[in-house]
Each structure stands twice: as C-alpha cells, then as structure tokens.
Design a protein. Sequence first.
Length: 325
Amino acid sequence: MLRFITRRALGAAVILICISLVTYVSFFALVSNPAMLSCGKNCSPQMLATINHNLQFDHPILVQWWDYMRGIFFGRHFDAFGQCNFPCFGYSFASQEPIWTLISASYPTTFSLAIFGAAFFLVIGVGLGMLAAWRQGTLFDKVASSVSLIGQSTQIYFVGPLAILLFSTTLGWLDPGHDPDWSHDPLGSVNGLILPSFVMSIIFWSNYSRQVRSLMLEQLAEDHIRTARAKGMPYRYVFFRYALRGAMGPIITIFGIDLAAVFSGAIITEFTFSLHGLGRLAVQSVTSADLPLEMAVMLFTAAFIVIFNVFVDATYALIDPRIRT
C-alpha cells in the first residue's frame, strides 16, 4: 500500500510540475509583453523597462519559471516590492497586493462550498440511487429516476434565485448565502452555506443517483451475488455487504474526476449567491488581465484537485486491493 501511495504521489508531483510549466509559458511567454499589463495605458519606455527589471520579466522564460516555482516554496525578492515570503505567488498587477493575501482570503469560501456540496450530492445521490435499486420497478424507482432526470436538466443560475426567493425571502428558513467565518460564527457559517451548496449539488446528485442505481443493478446481477442468494443469505445482507461494496469503487473514481466540475460550479454559485471565493477571484483576474493572479488561482486549484485525487486513489486501493499492483 505504501508503494502504491508513493507512486501516486510522485506521479502527482510530475503532473503539477508539467501544469505549472505549461501554464507559465502560456501566460507569460505567449503574451507579447506582460509588463505592459502592469504598466497601464500611459506607459513610457523607461517605466516599461523598470517594470520588466523589477518583475524579472527580462530573464529567460525558463529562469522566470524556476524563480516562480522556487518562490512558492522558499519565498522570493522583488526589487519593486521587497521580500515576498513563503508561499510567494508574486504580486497582483491590478491591486499591487501579494497574491497569497488575495487567495487566502478567498479559498475558505470555495473550499467550504465544495465540501458542503460534495457532502450533499454524495449522501443524496448515493442514497437515492441505492433506494431506487432496492425498489427496482416500483413507483419509487420511477419517481426517483424522473427527479434525477429533471435535476440533471437544471442550471445553478436558474434554480439559485428561485431557491433564495422560496427558502429565504418567502419562508425565511435559510440564509440566502454569505461568506463563512468559521472562527467567529461557525453556526452562522453553516447556515450561510446550506442553500448555495444544495443548489450547486443538484446536478451532481441527480447524476450520481442514476449511476449508483445502474451500478447496483449490475452488481446484483453478478454470479457471486446470485450464488450468495441461492445459499440462503438475506437480501439485505447481500445488498449492503457485497453489491454496495462492488459499486463503490467506480463511484469513488467518478467523485475524484467530478471535483474539477465542483470548482467550475463554484464560480457560477459564488456569483449567484454573492459569495467571494476563488471562482469570483478567477473571473476578476481574467476581466482585469491580471496574469499573475490568474496563474496563481489556476495552480492553487490544480494542486488541490491533484492532491485530492491521490487520496481518492488511496481510498479506492483500500476498497479494491487488486489495483495496488
């Protein structure tokens, strides 16, 4: 098991290095002059040369990338800004603030939204799919399949305002959504995340319920399941002990893949519910052509997704030892 995790961790490190190199070259080498974005409209040649030197854009691209990556882990010195401590992603073109300050203020909202949303779509999706498989062919199965199909057809920007109108404005049951403050108001943070997380999770749990139902029915049709039933084992025991375990492996894999989609959904959710997370920060960096901020948000998100997938692979290996070899 340790060798399996080590191989996955080394593979993840290589993937992150490749992502950082390709992203940096795409952002800073393919742009004619990135210093112009920092200099502004009324930029003289002298000012442009100073910015190029201060931000070290006058170095070869691979040297720039190496300095950038080293700064993330060990800090970096800029002539214009002084010492940038670990983790140093540079400084924003638009606000001249350290980029890590902007990210650290935004990622708790996105991560909280992703965790709550994942909890919703796993519990609801897996639970609904299991019940539909348990009651195959019944009215419940047909209703659950119809609800899942409708849920897959919904969009966050459409359901979000309706959910706010119904559950917050009309009924007053839930907060319309706000940024979490876990250190000072944990209960209020939970209340402020329930509605946006649930709305974001609808399209996911709708998909998961259909996939879990299909996987469970496939497992129940396997020879070893029929043999266990022929030997007199109770249906409930066979369902949860054998069929569910066989279906969980693919679901865990799909969950790791869907994590990137969760972050994509977070962008729309944050704008719909007026939250300030990485999604909103990414859109702001694109609209203002803030290349260092775009680069940092992309790397930070990619690192989280890759590292999380290592944990997903390790979990899958615990469930199915065959993949460790």
